[in-house]
Structures are given as C-alpha cells and as structure tokens.
Design a protein around this ligand. Structure first.
Ligand code: SAH
Ligand code: TMP
Ligand code: ZN
Length: 414
C-alpha cells in the first residue's frame, strides 16, 4: 500500500475530517440493548467496537458505527424510569427548566430521546407546552401513558422542521444520554438550528470522558455511545455547527456526566467554567492519544482479573449472579468472554428484558424477584452506576452473607 492509499483508508473524524488514531479495541460486540429470544440465537448483528481520538479536534469516537436502525427499534428495552435516582434527577431538571426558561405559557420545550417520559411528564403535569421525539415506539408509548406528548420518530432536520411548522419554535431543546449516540450528529444540529428560537437554549447531558478515564469505566463504551464527549471537543463541535457553548455543569449521573448549555453565538454570556474545564482537560491529558492507550492497558488488566475471579469462584462451587442487565454488561461479558458458565443469569427489574438472553454472551435475564430465591453467594454488579440505590435496597443480601463484586476501576469484592 502506498502512502496515498493509506491516507484514503485511514479513519477520519466524523466532525472535522481530521485523522483519527485508534486507541482502544473491545473486539466483536453485539447491539448492546438487543436482548434476544432464545429462538433468535444466530441472528444477531455484530460489529468491531473500537475507539479512536481525532488528532485535530480531540473528539473520541468509535471507528465503526452500528446503524441506528439496529439499535433504536420499536422493542428497544431500556427504560429511564427503572431507577429512582434517575427519576429524582429528571424531576429536578424539569423543575429547573420550568423555573428559569419556560416561564411564559407560550414557551415550547422539545426533548430529543425522551424514552418513557421521565422528564416530560413533570413538565406536562405543570402545563408546559412540550413534545418528545423518540423512535423507540415501546418507550414512547410508556411516555404517552404518563401524559407526555410524543412523536415516534428520529430527531433530524426533517422532523424538526415539521415540529416547528406545527407548533412554532422551541425555547428549550433538551436531551439526555442521546446526543452522543448519534454518529450523524450534523442532522441533530441542523434540526436544532431549524427549531430553536433565536434566544433559546439547547441543553444536553452526556457521560463525561474524563470520568470514564479517571475511573476506568470501560463498559461505558458500547454501540450507543458513539462519541465520548469532552468539553474541548464539544466546544469545537458546536462552533462548527454555528452555535456557542455557554455553560457546562458536572453532574453525578451514570458515574459522571456533563450538562452542556448551547446557544446561538453572542446571545447568552459564556460562563468562565467552560474555559476552566478545557484547561483542566489539557492538564489531565484528556485530548492525548497516550492517555487512551494507557486506558486500554487498564481494561486488559480488569478483564483478566475479572475472569480469573469468576473462574475461581465457580471452581470453588460458589454461586455468582449478575445484577442489572445493563447495556454496559454487553461490553463486559463480550469483551471478557463471560457466558452462563461463569454467570448463570442476570436479575433485572425491566419486564422487557426478562425471559430474554443477553446480547452476544447469551446469559439468561431473570426477574428481580429471583435474586432472593435463594440469594447467591456473590452478585456481580453490572448496574454500578446505581450502586447506592441498589445496595440500600439489597441490604438483606449482605446481612445474610452475600458479597458484591465490582470491576471498575479495579476488580474487588465488597
Ligand atoms: N433520555 C433518556 C433515554 C436515554 S436512551 C435518559 O436519559 O434516560 C436514548 C434514547 O434516545 C432512546 O430512547 C432512543 O430511542 C432515543 N434516540 C436515539 N436516536 C434518536 C434520535 N435520532 N432522535 C430522537 N431520539 C433518539
Ligand atoms: P443503566 O445502567 O443503563 O441505567 O441500566 C440499569 C439496568 O439495571 C436496567 O436494566 C434496570 C436495572 N436495574 C435493576 O435491575 N435494579 C435496580 O435496582 C436498578 C436501579 C436498575
Ligand atoms: Zn475531529
């Protein structure tokens, strides 16, 4: 291959077309939320889950995208309302938006990826004009049942233009844990540009790559998390689409997230924390390829330690059960090669996941009630982002001798 051919096949940044250097390879992975029926084994889609960083704009991104049509289908099983912590969080967000931005009865809020309506139902109940956009029909139906107005659709330039024509421009566009999922992010920003009022704000929350690196949260990398956002890369991204990043707030959701506030340039004052966080990121090497190479080495260690521990426990005749059939667990089980021989089943409260097999690893998902019937010796906590809530709820498990297994930032029994 001559250098010209190499240049034409090297991965390029989805945002700035700069060169993307690979740093983490998590191997062959399935669609993380495609919990399958036993009769559907053999029909799964897989892709290579690898992450690289752009040498120009520092956006961390996957090298291959799983098509969104495979991920967000009518039977997409994730439900935000499966956690009390998230319920409280989205009630707070709704209250904050209502008190600060949505003060006029004419104001409209649009939520991208509203899922089962945790955020919108609070605003709807307060009489705020709203509409959610989400392609996952099952989740959207659950939102509608809670009194939220929902359009079962992808948010893009077309749907945004239609919403504007029907309802007028939006004062606020909100999105949580969705914007980073969309590889074709220019569609999102073209839609926001169509729909957002000139003085409006676009607020989105997503996992923070600095927290992922600091705590070795490697299982936050799965098909849906196409981009791992940093302030530096998001600042450059929104500028590229004609917007300005005016505020950033660190929030403790999903192990550490940021809430970004974006406006049209010059419309809102830019808070000093934006520049400060970009400086902090430079100090911690968040834009450096080497940082992610070291992260990859840490992932190898965690994987080897976890498999060794689970193998020892199995060989010693101990019962280990998975707790929380998270999308993260797809990365862990498929990367480490953990199947039903090491973890015979995973308990989960989500009816849509129960009775199914975990993607790729084919570990059966069983109802939460099975957890105590009888309690296992060890529970591998895949839902570590809800650890406080789960451990408080499962005090009896520990009282009768059960132990938790955690694997990030390192493998340990607590
Ligand atoms: N906001 C919720 C749900 C996050 S899961 C929360 O934070 O808990 C991501 C959601 O985004 C899914 O419900 C998925 O169907 C939806 N989604 C994915 N692509 C989308 C798009 N282009 N437009 C709107 N919603 C989308
Ligand atoms: P998440 O990590 O993507 O938010 O998914 C959490 C999963 O864990 C979801 O499938 C619901 C499940 N879960 C339980 O089974 N029990 C619990 O107490 C909590 C909080 C979550
Ligand atoms: Zn780039």
């Amino acid at each position: 291959m001559n250098s010209r051919e190499r240049a034409s096949t090297a991965p390029v940044c989805r945002l700035c077309a700069g060169p993307v250097r690979e740093c983490v390879d998590l191997g062959r992975q399935p669609v993380s939320n495609a919990f399958l029926r036993p009769q559907d084994v053999g029909s799964e889609s897989f892709f290579r889950l690898a992450v690289g960083i752009c040498a120009d704009c520092a956006m961390v991104q996957q090298l291959e995208a799983m098509p969104t049509s495979h991920m967000f289908r009518a039977d997409y099983p994730y439900r935000s309302s499966s956690s009390d912590g998230l319920r409280r969080h989205f009630e707070q967000v709704a209250g904050w938006l209502r008190d600060t931005e949505l003060t006029d009865p004419a104001d409209l809020v649009v939520e991208i990826g509203c899922n089962d309506g945790l955020m919108l139902r609070t605003l709807g109940a307060a009489g705020v004009r709203h509409i959610g956009v989400d392609p996952s029909a099952g989740a959207a139906q659950a939102a509608a049942a809670r009194g939220a107005e929902v359009r079962v659709d992808f948010f893009d330039e077309r749907s945004a233009a239609e919403i504007r024509a029907e309802r007028g421009p939006a004062k606020v566009i909100f999105s949580a844990n969705t914007i980073s999922h969309i590889a074709d992010i220019d569609e999102i920003f073209r839609g926001v540009d169509r729909l957002l009022r000139s003085d409006g704000i676009f607020v989105f929350e997503d996992r923070y790559v600095a927290d992922i690196i600091e705590h070795a949260y490697f299982d936050q990398i799965y098909d849906e998390h196409f981009y791992l956002f940093s302030v530096r890369a998001v600042d450059a991204m929104v500028a590229r689409f004609g917007f300005e990043l005016v505020d950033v707030e660190h929030i403790p959701i999903h192990g550490g997230s940021l809430r970004y506030t974006v406006a049209r340039p010059g419309v809102r004052p830019v808070r000093e924390c934006v520049a400060r966080l970009i400086e902090d990121e430079a100090r911690y090497g968040i834009g450096e390829h080497d940082t992610y190479v070291r992260f990859g080495q840490q992932i190898d260690r965690i994987g080897a330690d976890l498999v060794a521990l689970l193998t020892d426990l199995r060989d010693a005749g101990r019962r280990v059960v998975g707790y929380g059939a998270t999308s993260k667990s797809a990365t862990v089980t498929n990367y480490c090669g953990i199947g039903p021989d090491l973890v015979p089943y995973i308990c989960d409260t989500t009816p849509e996941k129960q009775g199914r097999l975990s993607p790729g690893a084919h570990i059966p998902i069983r109802p939460h009630e099975v957890f105590a019937d009888p309690y296992p010796d060890y529970a591998l906590l895949f839902a570590w982002n809800h650890a406080e809530e789960v451990m408080a709820k499962e005090r009896r498990f520990v009282e009768q001798g059960g132990r938790w297994i955690l694997y990030v930032p390192h493998v340990r029994i607590v």
